[in-house]
Design a protein around this ligand. Sequence first.
Ligand code: F6P
Length: 529
Amino acid sequence: MTSSNDKQLSRAQLSAHYEAMQNIHLCDLFMHDPQRAKTYTQQLGSLHIDFSKNIITKETLDILFKYASVSKIQESIKAMFTGEKINTSENRAVLHAALRSTVDQELEIDNEDVIGKVHTELNRIKKFVTRIHDKSYRGWTNKPIDTFVNIGIGGSDLGPKMVVNALEKYRQFETRSFFISNIDYQAIESLQKSINPETTLFIVSSKSFNTIETLTNAETLKEWMQQIGCDDLSKHFIAVSNNHDAANEFGINDENVFELWGWVGGRFSLWSSIGLPIALSIGFDNFEGLLAGAHETDEHFSKTPIEKNIPIILALIDYWYSNFFDAETHAFIPYDESLNLFPDYLSQLFMESNGKSLDLNGHRVNYKTMPIVWGSTGSNSQHSFFQLLHQGTHFVPIDFLVPLSKQGNKKHHAQLLANCLAQSQALMQGENNTDPNKHFPGNKPSTTILYSELTPKTLGSLIAMYEHRTFVQGLLWNINSFDQYGVELGKKLAAEIYDNMEETVATEGLDSSTQNLINLYKQYNPSKD
Ligand code: F6P
């Protein structure tokens, strides 16, 4: 039988099984199996993953595992790790895992020694970070650098910004970090008020070196530095890019350009030189800790059978909810202030990767792909949108994230944890009440991810777990998780509209709504002549 027949068969099995499962209550599953929590909790490094509060049984998982196996998930994982060009639309390998490889590993693609290059670049980062931290690197007035400004957007912003923020307590020396991404000038104005330009390093982070927001922000800050008297910009502007020519043209010499290879996707790039702002803020050793944590997850993901493989299991449960329970969204709620930027980071990771409607053969899919990813920190969100989660009409699977221990005030931490555990319990069990306003239906699924405390290593493991879960979701939907053509049209039209607004070019055949909106702008911003 062909693999496509096998897939159809196990999808049909899942449909039939869904009919039986849709009216099962989570509380009954717990009542009938006292071992349930133990059976459905697994450990990955220092992460404890409890997926017992999901609407699954042994039979569900068996059928899902079969679906994973006929979908050739493990063959695809091997293909990724061995450098096959699995990003077919761009004819590229997908090698973010190589960025956290150990130096003794080997991987060659297209006559390129991937591991060698990765470690050479890591050494460059290490040397550079050391020069900044030992104060031998100086600015134009011979002052040491104590402020790092990353200028980038999307994958060249969200990952490093989230990690720097999450690991703030690991900050080395008296330094500060800023991230400029939005084209809104307000961000630059506020930055200019906060920094001393003589002690500031600007890192222009752009894989393409062609992103309008990043280039505009970088040009504006370069002009500002010149205006205030900086007579050696090379000491204050470095770049991370795959496009050295464009970086050179901007005025940054090759010696100050850190490499980002074509086989690293933007949203998977924080382990590369894009992570330079991380290494600068927490030190190179801690950056290595982050890589080591991710490597631990890579080892688990590439070597563990489907039935015990955490990213695969979680992606299968995602698939189960999105394609059988019609889940339109998935919420991520960290009960950890350090992870307050994590939901934003995950939004790009999941939605830019799997928000697709063409399968790998170029056919339009007739099933749902990536649900909308959103979230915010607990316990704040309990006092805002949790109303909808408890009593609304949408089916919203949730990931809760919470540290088992946290430095600082014990009482606060215990209350934080209690709130997290209470929410997943309340969502699951609900509460009967004769007053319909006070009735909680329950049976709302969630996964709780607990970790000892948020160290660089733990964070590395956690992020890599989500990266691999994203990849497996894409495999289950038979889509390419590694391109992002959907972001291009808006960029092209923005350039045309900008020209129209500046009246350098009149856009022909413009719809009347957009034309009216442009005219309104012109009324508010009349040209001077
Ligand atoms: O427009 C989307 C995108 O291409 C993302 O995929 C990417 O992470 C971001 O823009 C930034 O791209 P670059 O690093 O090339 O500036």
